[in-house]
Design a protein around this ligand. Structure first.
Ligand code: ATP
Length: 138
């Protein structure tokens, strides 16, 4: 079955939404095959977000993501990449559909970075790359 990398971002961890996010992942029928909370440095995050290098929010995004602990998880299940992105909802928490993680729980604080609780890989290629980055032993 397909694997995807899920991150609970520092806003999600700080707001104590870890259990709520993992509950939704499990309720959907996916398995959590790796799980770890850690605070990561800018180097890993610059690699993780390499596709956004050069964009105006790149530096604030790396700073935000290294500002506190994140929870990283490898989630497994049939079509879990698309499936988790559907659970997460649209990037912007204000317009994300109710019923999704970002739509139900997301808050717009008007910050330079969209603080939207979670990240999920967007393709099989990204998932393989990101899982290798966050869980090299897998
Ligand atoms: P993710 O990849 O984190 O699951 P996504 O695919 O919805 O989210 P991307 O377009 O890949 O969003 O952007 C990655 C992250 O960068 C977003 O989740 C958000 O935190 C931040 N971001 C994206 N676009 C903007 C923007 N225009 N302004 C500020 N921050 C942004």
């Amino acid at each position: 079955p397909e694997r995807t990398l899920v991150l609970i971002k520092p806003d999600g961890v700080a707001r104590r939404l870890t259990g709520e996010v993992l509950r939704r992942v499990e309720a959907k029928g996916y398995s959590i095959v790796a799980l770890e909370q850690r605070t990561v440095g800018a180097d890993l995050l610059r690699e993780h977000y390499a596709e956004h290098e050069g964009k105006p929010f790149f530096a604030p995004l790396v700073e935000f993501m290294s500002s506190g602990p994140v929870v990283a998880a490898v989630v497994e299940g049939h079509r879990s990449i698309e499936g988790f992105r559907a659970l997460a909802g649209a990037t912007d928490p204000t317009t994300a559909a109710p019923g999704t993680i970002r739509g139900d729980l997301g808050r717009d604080w008007g910050t330079a970075v969209v603080q939207n609780i979670v990240h999920g890989s967007d393709s099989p290629e990204s998932a393989a790359r990101e899982i290798g980055l966050w869980f090299p032993a897998l």
